[in-house]
Design a protein around this ligand. Structure first.
Ligand SMILES: *Cc1c(COP(=O)(O)O)cnc(C)c1O
Length: 355
């Protein structure tokens, strides 16, 4: 079976040697030396001022809403993983969906303003599949209406926009380091800001709202462990190799799927892509289902990322996003991981291009 993703695992001895540093001290969580080292390396790698390593990429969305005291309406994208919407609901805020554009599948800035009411407090948008949202337009709308911009950057690690890491943009940016993501720490995530005051709040939110015996605010347990940080320290140096392998595979798909003329997210001239996913959009849902089934019968697992359109989650009602609903019903992510063999890529392409 070829899965849609496969986790990159570093050399086992290198991993055990790394975590031995914490093991020998029996200091395996609570901001140990590996967590601090990973945070430092990530800050340098991403070129950001404040970064907190956390236990996943969902809690950071909740922490972002908390840090800005968001309690009312949040304008968000309907085309993302369900965690983006659920974080808003979990924080007892109201998700207001602005449709995506048909070009890069990110939130359409021209649909945002019509959704703004006196209760709107923030925009939470996803750089879906690692393609950038329209950062300039979103920033100017936010400024005009005094809204916070939070980017769910779970797919955005190492995508560069205007020669800067995409994760640098927004009032807060978050990432997921789950095992299925491009850069991973088994489970994990991070939250990024360049605002000192917000960083201080995030520091407290991550650790129950207290430092030692001094209690300052509400808080939750968003910390991550030494064993997770150790994985990150071993995966980070391999990142360039991982991305170039994925780039080669993506280009093979491009070449051999060309006869099908499938829709793909439009790249952006200011983007250096991270090859986080390989989504294709079929002409109809029927064509998608047929292709998915054929792959499945031949031992190839593909995934309907992202379906359903989040405005149509069964526990939400009454909002319509025709573009997102249309893309969601027709999009399929093909297998993409560092050591996917060329012959397997060719076989997948053959299955898709032949009746
Ligand atoms: C994976 C993902 C998340 C959640 O990350 P976890 O680390 O699994 O909690 C959030 N948003 C998006 C867009 C994701 O793809």
């Amino acid at each position: 079976m070829i899965n849609v993703t496969k986790t990159f695992l570093p050399d086992f001895d290198k991993y055990t040697q790394t975590i031995k540093r914490s093991w020998d001290k029996a200091w395996i969580t609570n901001h140990g030396e590996l967590v601090l080292e990973l945070e430092q390396k990530l800050k340098e790698h991403l070129g950001v001022k404040h970064l907190f390593f956390t236990n996943n990429g969902t809690i950071v969305l909740q922490m972002a809403l908390k840090a800005f005291d968001i309690t009312k309406e949040v304008i968000t994208t309907p085309f993302s993983y369900v965690a983006t919407t659920n974080a808003i609901l979990w924080e007892k805020c109201t998700p207001i969906f602005a449709d995506i554009n048909n070009s890069d599948f990110c939130i359409d800035p021209d649909k945002i303003e019509e959704k703004i009411t006196e209760n709107t407090q923030a925009i939470l948008a996803t750089h879906v599949f690692g393609y950038p949202c329209n950062i300039e337009k979103i920033a100017s709308i936010a400024q005009k209406h005094n809204l916070k911009v939070i980017y769910d950057g779970a797919h955005a690690f190492n995508s560069l926009y205007n020669n800067r890491q995409l994760l640098q943009y927004g009032d807060i940016s978050t990432c997921s380091f789950h095992a299925t993501k491009l850069f991973h720490t088994v489970e994990g995530g991070c939250i990024i800001t360049d605002n000192d005051e917000i960083a201080h709040k995030l520091m407290l939110l991550r650790q129950f709202g207290h430092v030692g015996d001094n209690y300052y605010s509400e808080g939750i347990n968003g910390k991550n462990s030494e064993f997770h940080a150790g994985m990150g320290l071993c995966v980070l140096p391999e990142l360039n190799n991982i991305i170039s392998a994925r780039k080669k595979i993506s280009e093979l798909y491009d070449l051999h799927l060309k006869p099908l003329s499938l829709q793909r997210p439009n790249s952006n001239q200011h983007l250096v892509y991270n090859y986080a996913y390989y989504p294709v959009v079929f002409d109809s849902e029927a064509a998608l289902l047929k292709a998915k089934e054929k792959l499945q019968e031949n031992g190839v697992n593909s995934r309907r990322y992202f379906y359903p359109s989040l405005n149509n989650l069964p526990y939400l009602t009454g909002q319509s996003c025709p573009v997102s609903e249309s893309i969601s019903s027709r999009v399929l992510c093909l297998p993409l991981f560092h050591d996917l063999a060329e012959e397997d890529v060719l076989r997948i392409c053959f299955l898709l291009t032949h009746e």
